[in-house]
Design a protein around this ligand. Structure first.
Ligand SMILES: Nc1nc2c(c(=O)[nH]1)N[C@H]1C(S)=C(S)[C@@H](COP(=O)(O)OP(=O)(O)OC[C@H]3O[C@@H](n4cnc5c(=O)[nH]c(N)nc54)[C@H](O)[C@@H]3O)O[C@H]1N2
Ligand SMILES: Nc1nc2c(c(=O)[nH]1)N[C@H]1C(S)=C(S)[C@@H](COP(=O)(O)OP(=O)(O)OC[C@H]3O[C@@H](n4cnc5c(=O)[nH]c(N)nc54)[C@H](O)[C@@H]3O)O[C@H]1N2
Ligand code: SF4
Ligand SMILES: [Mo]
Length: 688
């Protein structure tokens, strides 16, 4: 029995693997305190991807006939070395870009940043977390001086007496978390869900607020307006632990309930009821996820929810506060160790001279040789072929998951050289010049940091299939092939982790005191953990905030319209998201039989009155069009969605791909694309 963790989402359920030869069976680990044995269907079926017949088992190289053909590692590495040398010789070092992912272990995410800065010497490295929780991260840093998604363990949910859950459909996106909400309800706690759809999560709620997509800030400001009027804000806390409240009080004065209803569609009486529930609560908790965050106003939206939590005096109090539900398996660790364009390991800033000096010492390089900040994810992709002429991708299927995906596919096809490391020939890998076969979750060891900031150990139970190699071995082999081997020789992941510990020492996300042995013994260790004697930090902010004056900062923010509002030509709003049985761009889960049966194809959810007006019935094929592109999807007529809004999952490629439609308008601070709102028109395409 090998104790490890699920390969998918940030809940990182503890699992036990029964291994016989190459046959692996997964079951929930009842002793792991986060999921306590529960798994969702993706976790149960995770082993189906391991020896799947479509696994990549050798490198592939594009030949003269434009076909991807099997090759040896030597051939693939030689090809990479030649082309990288040429592209960098002609266009400069930053002409080679690197795109990483939040599913990489901490060791790999750390090494990817080092690979980019030290082996390639490029400033252009970023990752798919920019599409995920970057808005929450930026807001959290502004308000609290630190970004740890949940500043408390998930078990705290059970003891909060009122949770406001914003843009999160956790019943489908991390189902085992529902046990904590069920416990909360059994303790007489209330749950308010803010979502344009009555999702499976909203059906568990005391109160569902079905807002117009893109209007979270108006709702949050409206709630604070009411709480002030009801005399339910904690003035003592505000005085002692925060700054900037007066500006916020002035700003929310303009959000009286009738106006909020006009903007957001949330009925006045429901808003008042929500304010009463929160105002009465002793341990109010506000949680946000992608619904509120993936917007061109994503940072502002989160700041308004943080304002609310601060005004209630909740942040830093046990079983209360604000938190972001991080999404990807290592979405938390993936944003700490330097695969971001503006960041060095330990959540240090790349433009901070002290941070640069520290990393230069750890890496044994000259400080001047470390490049400065590069382009953020979408900005790098949107300029492919101009500034960036060659791209390495580790852990993202970006032609399916990027907004305005047709344009990104055109850009990728036009660059000089694309290298993709993956387990399967993803839609992105299919466009590559060189494809490298990566080891999967059960074939390599490494640490993951879950949504609570708890560092966990994922253990190898099998050897990599065929000639697949761990991404860290791949990065090291490329560095050697490029003739830049220094700092790219490791005995194994533990040695990379030891370097990561030194790299993060003294940083915000300090892992210096965490060891594989401690993680095993203690069932995970919460960062910051600056020394081996330090117990780790499950809860933040009890005494002070890591800001210069120790106080949390309020931010006065106004509702702003989404970048693209409906009009006569495109009269409906499109929002996008997830379903239970598929994961992300679907590379893994679309290949698992049981998941494919549950969620076989793309669809569009439409309210009955809207469907009737458009002449659409259940199972029709609808054509969905925006200013970016057009998609075709199966109609689902549901009364769980607003009549002015349609919903599509983004898990599918080809004609049904939601991202052919989405708007790449970016949040000015986090550079997060507006996946959750754009203007669409829907018409009947036919039946099938
Ligand atoms: N089954 C499954 N689970 C997953 C994943 C997966 O792909 N599949 N991915 C993982 C990852 S990486 C992530 S980031 C998480 C995401 O987890 P969630 O954030 O829970 O997932 P989403 O479905 O993207 O969005 C949540 C909800 O936001 C609502 N929403 C849309 N527009 C708005 C808006 O303007 N305001 C508000 N308040 N809500 C809005 C949608 O209707 C949707 O129900 O899930 C993780 N878990
Ligand atoms: N319209 C719309 N678009 C969205 C979203 C949305 O809500 N709506 N959500 C966004 C969010 S929150 C996210 S997180 C992104 C995610 O979208 P992507 O960045 O595409 O993430 P994945 O689909 O997880 O892609 C991971 C790819 O890497 C491979 N992979 C997984 N683990 C590893 C590994 O360890 N090593 C290597 N080499 N490969 C690996 C998988 O097989 C897969 O092909 O999508 C974003 N796109
Ligand atoms: S909730 Fe997330 S971590 Fe748990 S089994 Fe499902 S996909 Fe895996
Ligand atoms: Mo995500």
């Amino acid at each position: 029995m090998v104790a490890t963790h699920c390969p998918y989402c940030a809940f990182q359920c503890g699992t036990e693997l029964a291994v016989r030869g190459r046959e692996v069976r997964v079951r929930g680990d009842e002793t792991f305190p986060v999921n306590r044995g529960a798994l969702c269907i993706k976790g149960w079926t995770a082993a189906d991807t391991l020896d799947h017949r479509e696994r990549l088992t050798t490198p592939l190289i594009r030949d003269a006939q434009n076909r991807l053909v099997p090759a040896t590692w030597e051939q693939a590495l030689a090809r990479i070395a030649t082309v990288v040398a040429r592209v960098q010789g002609e266009h400069g070092r930053s002409a080679v870009g690197v795109f990483g992912g939040g599913s990489l272990t901490n060791e790999k995410a750390y090494l990817l940043g080092k690979f980019a800065r030290v082996a390639l010497g490029t400033s252009n490295v970023d990752y798919n977390g920019r599409y995920c929780m970057a808005s929450a991260a930026a807001a959290s840093i502004r308000a609290f001086g630190i970004d740890r998604g949940l500043p408390f363990p998930v078990a705290d949910i059970a003891r909060s007496d009122a949770v406001l859950l914003c843009g999160a459909n956790v019943a489908e996106t991390m189902p085992p978390i529902m046990q904590w909400f069920e416990e909360q309800r059994a303790n007489h706690g209330a749950l308010i869900v803010l979502d344009p759809r009555r999702t499976p999560t909203a059906t568990h709620a005391t109160l569902h607020l079905p807002l117009v997509p893109g209007t979270d800030a108006a709702v949050a400001n409206g709630l604070l307006h009411l709480l002030l009027k009801m005399g339910r804000v904690d003035h003592e806390y505000i005085r002692e632990r925060t700054t900037g409240f007066d500006e916020v009080r002035a700003a929310v004065a303009a959000y009286w309930p009738e106006r909020v209803e006009r903007i957001s569609g949330v009925r006045e009486q429901d808003l008042v009821r929500a304010a009463r529930i929160l105002g009465r609560a002793k341990r109010p908790m506000i949680l946000t996820a992608r619904g509120s965050e993936q917007q061109s106003q994503g940072v502002n939206n989160v700041l308004t929810f943080i304002n609310l939590a601060l005004a209630l005096g909740a942040v830093g109090r046990p079983n209360a506060g604000w938190g972001c539900l991080t999404g990807q398996g290592n979405g938390q660790g993936g944003r700490e160790h330097g695969q971001k364009a503006d960041q060095l390991p330990g959540y240090r800033r790349i433009d901070d001279p002290a941070a640069r000096a520290h990393m230069a010492a750890v890496w044994g390089v000259n400080e001047q040789s470390i490049p400065g900040p590069g382009r953020s994810a979408y900005e790098m992709l949107a300029r492919l072929g101009e500034e960036v002429r060659a791209l390495f991708v580790f852990g993202s299927n970006l032609v399916v998951s990027s907004p305005n995906a047709d344009e990104i596919a055109r850009r990728l096809a036009a660059i000089d050289f694309l290298v993709v490391a993956d387990f399967f020939l993803s839609e992105t890998a299919a466009l590559a010049d060189v494809v490298l076969p990566s080891a999967q979750w059960a074939e390599e060891t490494g640490t993951m940091t879950n949504l609570e900031g708890r560092v966990l150990l994922r253990r190898a139970a099998l050897a990599p299939l065929g000639e697949a190699r761990s991404d860290s071995d791949i990065m090291c082999a490329i560095a050697h092939a490029l003739g830049r081997p220094r700092g790219f020789t490791f005995e194994g992941p533990a040695e990379i982790f030891d370097e990561l510990r030194r790299a993060t020492a003294g940083g915000v996300a300090d892992y210096a005191g965490i060891t594989y042995e401690r993680i095993e013994r203690e069932r995970g260790v919460f960062w910051p953990c600056p020394s081996e004697e330090h117990p780790g930090t499950p809860r933040l902010f009890a005494e002070r905030f890591p800001t210069p004056d120790g106080r949390a900062r309020f931010h006065a923010v106004h509702h702003q319209a989404s970048a693209e509002e409906p009009d006569a030509e495109y009269p409906l709003r499109l929002t996008t998201g997830r379903v239970l049985a598929q994961y992300q761009s679907g590379t893994q889960t679309r290949r698992v039989g049981r998941l494919r049966e549950l969620a076989p194809e793309s669809f569009v959810e439409i309210h009955p009155t809207t469907a009737q007006r458009l002449g659409l019935v259940e199972r029709d094929l609808a054509k969905i069009e925006t200013r970016r592109g057009s998609a075709t999807a199966r109609v689902r007529v549901v009364n769980t969605i607003r009549a002015d809004t349609v919903f599509m999952p983004f898990h599918f490629a080809g004609e049904g791909s939601a991202n052919k439609l989405t708007n790449p308008a970016l949040d000015p601070i986090s550079r997060m694309p507006e996946f959750k709102v754009c203007a669409v028109r829907v018409s009947r395409e036919g039946t099938r």
